[in-house]
Design a protein around this ligand. Structure first.
Ligand code: NAP
Ligand code: ZN
Length: 346
C-alpha cells in the first residue's frame, strides 16, 4: 500500500487541507502512477460544494491527472515504469454491458466508477488527483503523446475529451459552422479542437473581453451574448452549438441560432434544470442533446489528435496552497483557461 499525500476538503464551505490517503496494493492489472499535475475542472467545484447532491467527505477531487508510471502489477501488458500517462474522469466500469463493449465506458449500464466521489470494486471510496499517487487498472490509463508536456496534458483528460467527443459525434468538420458557448476551461479546448477538425468556429461569450484569445485559439468570429443584436444577427446560423456554461442560460434563445437539423449539445452541468421552449426545436427539426466525457478508446484518440495537431490548453500552474483561491477565481470566470496543480507542492 502507498500512502499518498493529498489535498482534501471536509464540507461544502470548508477550505482545502493537507491529508494522507491510502492507495491500494497493486492487483495483477493495476498501475501505480506518480501524479505530477492535476487540472482543476469546474466539476471539482460543483462536487466539492455539493451542487449536484450529497457527497462523502473528506473529498479529494481531481480527474485531470498526468504523471509517470512507477510500478505495474504482474499481469500488466500496456504500461511499464517510466511511461508518461494520464487518468481522466473514470477509473473503472463493469466491462460487460453493451455500452462498455461499444467503448462507451462512461455510459456503463451499471455506472462507471468516477475517479473521485465514487466507490471502487472493492467497496472503497475513490479519491482523485489532488494527490501524489494513484492506483488505476491499466484499461483506464491513457498514454500521453511525447510532444505534450505533462502539465498541459492534464486538462486534456477531461476538458479535452468532453469537447472532442461531441464534436466528433456530431461531425464537426469542413463545411460545418460550430459555435462554442462560454470560453472557460472546456470552451477554449472546444475552440481549438473544432478548428483543428476543420470547422468554422464562433465563440459566444458574455463579453468581448477574451476575443483576442478566442481568435488566437482558432475562432473566426467572437460574439457577446449580452448584446441582444447577437441573437438577431446569428439566427439560423450554426450546425452545431456546444454549450460549456456552468450556469443556467436561456437555452431557447441559443436554439434559435441553429440551422435546420442543427444540434445544441450541453456539456455544461449546472444543478438547476434548463427550460426549453419546444417551438425553438420543432420549427426547424432541431435537437437539444447532452454528452458526458468520452470512452477510453476515444480519449486515447483525442490525445493522439492533440499530439498530431499540437493542441494544448492554455494553463496557469499553481501550488497546492492556492486551490481555494483558484476555486474562487474559476467561479468568477477569472481563469485563463485552466488551473493545473503542481503536485510536488502538495
Ligand atoms: P469554467 O472554466 O468555469 O467555464 C465556464 C464558462 O461558462 C465561463 O468561462 C463563462 O464563459 C461561462 N459562464 C460562467 N458562468 C456563466 C453565467 N452565469 N452565465 C453565462 N455564462 C457563464 O468551467 P469548465 O471547467 O469549462 O466547466 C464547464 C461546465 O462543464 C461545468 O458545469 C462542468 O461541471 C461541466 N463539465 C461537464 C462535463 C461532461 O462530461 N459533460 C465534463 C467536464 C465539465 P464566458 O466568460 O466566455 O462567458
Ligand atoms: Zn472535469
Amino acid at each position: 500500500m502507498v500512502i499518498a499525500k493529498a489535498r482534501a476538503v471536509d464540507g461544502p464551505d470548508k477550505s482545502f487541507r493537507e491529508a494522507e490517503i491510502e492507495r491500494r496494493d497493486l492487483d495483477q492489472h493495476d498501475v501505480l502512477i506518480e501524479i505530477k499535475y492535476a487540472g482543476i475542472c469546474h466539476s471539482d467545484i460543483h462536487t466539492a460544494h455539493g451542487d449536484w447532491g450529497e457527497v462523502k467527505y473528506p473529498l479529494v477531487p481531481g480527474h485531470e491527472i498526468a504523471g509517470i508510471v512507477t510500478e505495474v502489477g504482474s499481469g500488466v501488458t500496456k504500461y511499464k515504469a517510466g511511461d508518461r500517462v494520464g487518468v481522466g474522469c473514470m477509473v473503472d466500469s463493469c466491462g460487460e454491458c453493451k455500452n462498455c463493449h461499444d467503448g462507451e465506458e462512461q455510459y456503463c449500464l451499471k455506472g462507471n466508477v468516477p475517479t473521485y466521489a465514487g466507490v471502487d470494486k472493492y467497496g472503497e471510496p475513490t479519491q482523485g488527483g489532488y494527490s501524489t499517487h494513484i492506483v488505476v487498472t491499466e484499461d483506464f490509463v491513457l498514454r500521453i503523446p511525447d510532444n505534450i508536456e505533462l502539465d498541459a496534458a492534464a486538462p486534456l483528460l477531461c476538458a479535452g475529451i468532453t469537447t472532442y467527443s461531441p464534436l466528433n459525434h456530431w461531425n464537426a468538420g469542413p463545411g460545418k459552422k460550430v459555435a462554442v458557448v462560454g470560453m472557460g476551461g472546456l470552451g477554449h479546448m472546444a475552440v481549438k479542437i473544432a478548428h483543428a477538425m476543420g470547422a468554422e468556429v464562433s465563440v459566444l461569450s458574455r463579453t468581448l473581453n477574451k476575443k483576442e484569445d478566442g481568435l488566437e485559439f482558432g475562432a473566426e468570429a467572437y460574439y457577446a451574448t449580452t448584446e441582444p443584436e447577437t441573437f438577431e444577427k446569428l439566427a439560423g446560423t450554426f450546425d452545431l452549438i456546444i454549450n460549456t456554461v456552468s450556469a443556467k442560460i436561456d437555452i431557447s434563445a441559443y436554439l434559435s441560432l441553429l440551422t435546420l437539423d442543427g444540434a445544441m449539445v450541453n456539456v455544461g452541468a449546472p444543478a438547476e434544470p434548463l427550460e426549453v421552449n419546444v417551438f425553438s426545436l420543432i420549427g426547424h427539426r432541431r435537437s437539444f442533446a447532452g454528452s458526458m466525457i468520452g470512452g477510453i478508446h476515444e480519449t486515447q484518440e483525442m490525445l493522439d489528435f492533440c499530439g498530431e495537431h499540437g493542441i494544448v490548453p492554455k494553463i496557469e500552474v499553481i501550488s497546492a496552497d492556492y486551490i481555494d483561491e483558484a476555486y474562487e477565481r474559476v467561479l468568477n470566470s477569472d481563469v485563463k483557461y485552466r488551473f493545473v496543480i503542481d503536485t510536488s507542492t502538495i
